[in-house]
Design a protein around this ligand. Structure first.
Ligand code: ATP
Ligand code: MG
Length: 718
């Protein structure tokens, strides 16, 4: 039996909320995610069939954790309910509805790299006065257009009312080119039976909007929908929720199935529509939507998330109950004071104040070091100390604003032998050699994936030139077929270079041989054989100047194979296709989890997580708040919220570090402390910096001694 006594009264209200929409709007560490897990378990205990529950979170890791928590609380529900990310849910939905969506059962997801390849290929015949265009920006314009289009199709209300136009309004030139490019790009996606990330939400929204029978089916299926981190939803995600969770009005047709079990609620046969709702019956009878979130942690504005979704929740879901949680169970008093200090200066929030019954704890320590290497060595020293005193590596995190900051920490940790894992690192899966490896795997999993085929053709080189590929591609396009389908017919292509047809036929045979070896639960071994037969490691070693770089590239094959083995162990019935699609969805989450190490990750990746010991590093102007990156204007409010997210990840101990100088493009530049440091309350933190009388050099010298001792103990390199 579920123990509700381990919840405080407002948490209990949220967990046992009966029918209709509810929003838990509460600060960090107040138990929002705990509410979601308990509510799923509670619903099941009330007799709700687990498979009628849908819970959506933001990362694969969070979804996996949620499944574990629910399983621990209520056994089967963790397995049978749909607990996924928004994109994961979209993928699941499109698999169910692939026919209605005009997709084959095994379509592939085109990742960010593939998108660039396709867009560039389509761009070859779209030009703008010979000017160079930023392809990624064009892709994001196209994504915005797709999102706008989808949300506007049918439904009670178009996108305009429920969503914002993303903050960076692209200039007219980009919009015009994106307009011209979009149909070609979509055609190219269709030709290779792919969908892109945007499609994973946009296409389900389009289907649900356009087809009432599908909409009814899913409304009937999912009687209870739960959403974590609601503050980071965007317009299309909100639309998806509106389509799935609407109450019974004349605009919607479906209704809840009778709820089995002991609940006293007004269960009734389904489907029902407005005209058949008996008088006095709650329009949400037997159905609910529970969203939890914190407007202070809205950190995805740059990706189109709209904090107004949470602030206007009651408007989108009329009659919604709003429940507030104010007790923080995560952090010590001083950590919380620092968090409150930083976030209370935010000008665009709903005021709230978190409190805790936990001990005041140690003050937050703010340390200045002379440069980024010393900063990393200092952190390594403190991490080592914590490990010696009994903390496990996985209980420690180093959080930074930009992926590029991880390198110095990786080096320092390696030097002293501290186990660590870089989450969401300078994307391993974006490295050129890793993309070559994945291209072969994709060719085996998705016969129509031409982007991968073209990449694999000459990796390693097999004497098939660009001219041959281009002519074959044009010929195939003319016949409306993917290149992969015509590899054996190349001799029919006019002007195809001599020798090419034979080589293409050989390639087709090779691919077929490889492909036949894969099957459910048979992934790692066929992949290993394939890369051996292709002599991939040797080829990767050859392509570079230094032996070290060559080794690093060759090791990528082993990394991928290890990931495949890990996957096979965890999901014995998994197929290569499902692995690749999961990887595309969120590659950073799919690193082997059995390596226990100190987590190095960005503030964005740390959302929702907690650690006893946290190092928030690089707290300087131009890093936190970051200066404009990738053409995005910086949003100071969002940067402040990121700092708040970072601080609130810590349970017992928080270090905040900064460097007084950093090397940028080969030049040493002085650095200014972050403005957010000024908002830390005086009694809650102590400073070790020039202003407090301790020089960064002296701090660094002390940390060198610690490191020397550590090296001896942990057995790192000298
Ligand atoms: P975030 O905003 O960072 O996502 P959250 O609001 O989702 O945080 P949780 O992660 O659910 O917070 O909870 C934070 C910590 O507090 C967890 O360790 C959780 O187990 C604990 N906790 C929450 N509520 C209670 C409670 N009533 N009693 C004891 N511990 C609790
Ligand atoms: Mg949470």
């Amino acid at each position: 039996m579920l123990d509700l006594s381990r919840l405080n009264p407002p948490q209990r209200t949220a967990v046992t909320f009966e029918d209709g929409p509810s929003l838990v709007l509460a600060g960090a560490g107040s138990g929002k995610t705990r509410v979601i897990a308990h509510r799923i378990a509670w619903l099941v205990e009330q007799g709700v069939p687990p498979d009628s529950i849908l819970a959506v979170t933001f990362t694969n890791k969070a979804a996996a954790e949620m499944r574990e928590r629910v399983k621990a609380l209520s056994g089967t529900a963790g397995k049978e309910s749909v607990i996924a990310t928004f994109h994961g849910f979209g993928l699941w939905f499109l698999r169910q509805e692939h026919e209605a969506a005009g997709l084959p059962r095994w379509f592939s997801i085109c990742d960010a790299g593939d998108q660039v390849t396709i867009a560039k290929r389509c761009l070859a015949d779209v030009s703008l006065d010979g000017r160079r265009l930023d392809v990624r920006r064009l892709i994001s314009c196209m994504s915005e257009q797709k999102a706008l289009g989808a949300s506007g199709t049918g439904g009670a209300r178009g996108l305009g009312a429920s969503a914002s136009v993303p903050p960076s309004v692209p200039d007219d030139d980009y919009l015009a080119v994106a307009d011209a490019l979009l149909p070609r790009y979509e055609r190219a996606l269709r030709a290779q039976r792919s969908v892109d990330f945007e499609d994973l939400i946009v296409r389900p929204v389009a289907l649900l909007s356009a087809d009432p029978s599908i909409r009814d089916r899913y409304r009937e299926r999912f009687q209870h929908v739960l959403v974590d981190e609601f503050q980071d939803t965007n317009a299309v995600q909100l639309r998806l929720l509106e389509l799935l969770c609407a109450p019974l009005t004349s605009a919607s047709g479906g209704a809840g199935r009778a709820r089995a079990g002991a609940r006293k609620s007004t269960a009734k046969p389904a489907p029902v529509n407005a005209s058949t709702i008996p008088p006095g019956v709650h329009p949400w009878a037997g159905r609910s939507l529970c969203a939890v979130g914190d407007d202070d942690q809205a950190i995805y504005g740059w990706r189109g998330a709209d904090v107004r979704n949470i602030l206007g929740f009651e408007r989108y879901f009329p009659g919604a109950a709003v429940i507030r949680l104010e007790q923080n169970y995560r952090s010590t008093g001083r950590i919380l004071e620092c968090a409150n200090g930083v976030i209370s200066r935010s000008s665009t929030r709903r005021p709230k104040r978190l409190w805790t019954e936990a001990a005041t704890g140690d003050p937050v320590r703010v340390v200045a070091l002379p440069d980024e290497q010393e900063e990393a060595r200092f952190v390594a020293g403190e991490v080592g100390r914590a490990l010696n005193s009994g903390l496990r590596p996985a209980e420690i995190a180093v959080l930074y604003r930009l992926n590029a900051q991880s390198q110095a920490f990786e080096e320092a940790f390696r030097e002293v032998g501290i186990p660590h894992t870089v989450k969401g690192g300078p994307a391993f899966f974006d490295r050129s050699e890793v993309r070559d490896i994945l291209a072969w795997l994709k060719v085996c999993a998705f016969p129509q994936d031409d982007v991968s085929l073209v990449r694999a053709v000459n990796a390693p080189a097999r004497g098939i030139g660009d001219v041959a590929l281009e002519r074959l591609g044009t010929w195939a396009a003319g016949r409306g077929e993917p290149v992969s389908a015509v590899l054996r017919s190349a001799s029919a292509v006019p002007d195809i270079p001599r020798g090419a047809p034979e080589r293409l036929e050989q390639l087709a045979n090779t691919i077929e041989r490889f492909r036949a070896r894969f099957g459910p639960g048979r992934i790692a071994e066929p992949a290993r054989m394939m890369f051996e037969e292709l002599d991939f490691r040797a080829w990767l070693r050859r392509g570079v100047m230094s032996a070290e770089a060559g080794t690093r590239r060759a090791e990528a094959v082993d990394s991928v194979l290890r990931t495949l083995e890990w996957l096979e162990r965890r999901h014995p019935a998994s197929t290569l296709g499902s692995f690749l699609n999961r990887l595309a969805l969120d590659s950073r989450d799919d690193e082997p989890e059995d390596v226990e190490g100190v987590a190095l990750m960005t503030l964005h990746a740390a959302k929702g997580l907690e650690f006893p010991l946290v190092f928030l590093v690089g707290v300087e102007e131009d890093l936190l708040p970051v200066s404009g990156i990738q053409g995005e204007a910086r949003d100071l409010e969002e940067e402040r919220r990121l700092a708040y997210v970072g601080i609130t990840r810590a349970r017992q101990t928080l270090w905040i570090t900064r460097a007084t100088a950093r090397t940028r493009r080969g030049r040493v530049e002085p650095r200014t402390p972050s403005r957010f440091l000024e908002d830390l309350p005086a009694g809650a933190h102590v400073r070790h910096d020039p202003e407090s009388g301790s020089t960064p050099e002296a701090t660094a010298a002390r940390s060198s001694e610690v490191l020397r001792a550590l090296r001896a103990r942990l057995g790192g390199r000298n």
